[in-house]
Ligand binder design. Sequence first.
Ligand code: ZN
Length: 532
Amino acid sequence: MIRAIAIVIIAAALWLLAVAVPAGEPEKPNAITLGSIGDAQRLIPMLASDSASGDISGWVFNGLVKYDKNINLVGDLAESFTASPDCRKVTFKLRKGVKWQDGQEFTAADVLFTYQKAIDPKVATPYSGDFERVEKITAPDPYTVQVVYKEPFAPGLASWGMGIIPKHLLDNTDLNTTEFNRKPIGTGPYRMKEWVTGQKIVLTANDTYFEGPPHVEEYIYRIIPDNATMFLELKAGGLDFMGLSPLQYQRQTDTAYFKQYFNKYRYPAFAYTYLGYNLLDPRFRDKRVRQAIAYAINRQSVIDGVLFGLGRPATQPVPPESWAYNPDVPKFEYNPEKARQLLAETGWKDTNNDGILDKDGKPFQFTILTNQGNDERRKTAEIIQQNLRKIGIQVEVRVLEWQAFLHQFIDKKKFEAIILGWSLGRDPDAYDIWHSSKTKEGEFNFVSYNNPEVDQLLLAGRNTCDQDQRKKIYNKIHALIAEDQPYTFLYYPDALPVLHKRFKGISPSPIGIWYNFPTDWYVPKNKAEWYR
Ligand code: ZN
């Protein structure tokens, strides 16, 4: 996702990028056009759980807090905040004079309303977990919000990075179905101008934005379901920003032409890609089977052959940049022999000599689903297919359109295995992904992972403020999850954005390049400065 808000997002492709203007100048130099492989769905922030929806929603709405370029939490709609040392209480002082895009004033009543909706069981949000820990929330005056948690709650402050929604427009409406999801009105730097389903979303600069009107007048989000087509569009001047594939980054951008018009960037994405199993499927219930598959997958060949070295093998649900990363988790280095052994232990043997393992008269075959538009995932699936064929498991690969994949297959648990990614929040709390209670439709534990010890540690990790103590807890969680292999962790990708050179004011930082887009990016009026 583009904006660094404090929540996890299902990543379609980490890189939406684009820059342009080779064959002719941009039609609207002061607009930025981006490519996305998927359309957005619902833009109310607590419902915007995929990367496209999160990108758009992130410019229309503000949270109370956000991350700055050095990944510290700072005020956003909050002018300041204080958190008690035991992380049970947070007090926000809100900015005064902030206007909703319809002219009404933003106040503490909107914060309370957002909270009430986040915990409303009728609202299909995957983010309720953070807000259910609140014991009491009050607004002693229109510019102060006090939150008290039932017990110490470490991710409490960061959870207020979720976008605040307007009470006066949404009171007594069904958030799941309201038109507001397509015609949102926020406090953010951009407002909705036009949404043509499946084609484009156009945002326009909010000239009453509290940090000042953005310099870039329009933000145009084009839906282009295929990364190769997107790249052609980029080179033809139809896009200013996209996420390059590793192949494009390494092999197709080294031309004089490309270097004249575009800047490309590379940094570790705070993300991982995984093979997830439907743990309700009896074949995947025994962890030895999942461990066998982990041993059978040659991750290094994925890094070399698919990522062209622009990523690292993954072992656990956080990248090495996280303070909660555990270097000592079980790693399941490539070992097909060990894989065969484990499968034999669990009763999988090729009884009919056709090269495929059998059990109870049935061959071991399953389908991996992944999404369209992300070639790395499809190619990774094909490598896994070859790797597993070698140990006697037959895999089919099926590639699905992004929204269909999420809502018809993932949400409904209609899959055997999937290749998917998480773009993570900075706090290691991943209660929503791993806790056994988070398995309802639309929630994030769609593989149905259930380990009581992990459940208990997930709670302990959130209910502790001390970072050293939290580090121990999360290290243990990551070791248990690596041992259990509800996902086989595949790789930590690099983000590879590319941007047209006419945009200035970009300052890459540990959190990426987008954090200062509304305030600092601009296009010089004098065209002679564009390609410097
Ligand atoms: Zn067989």
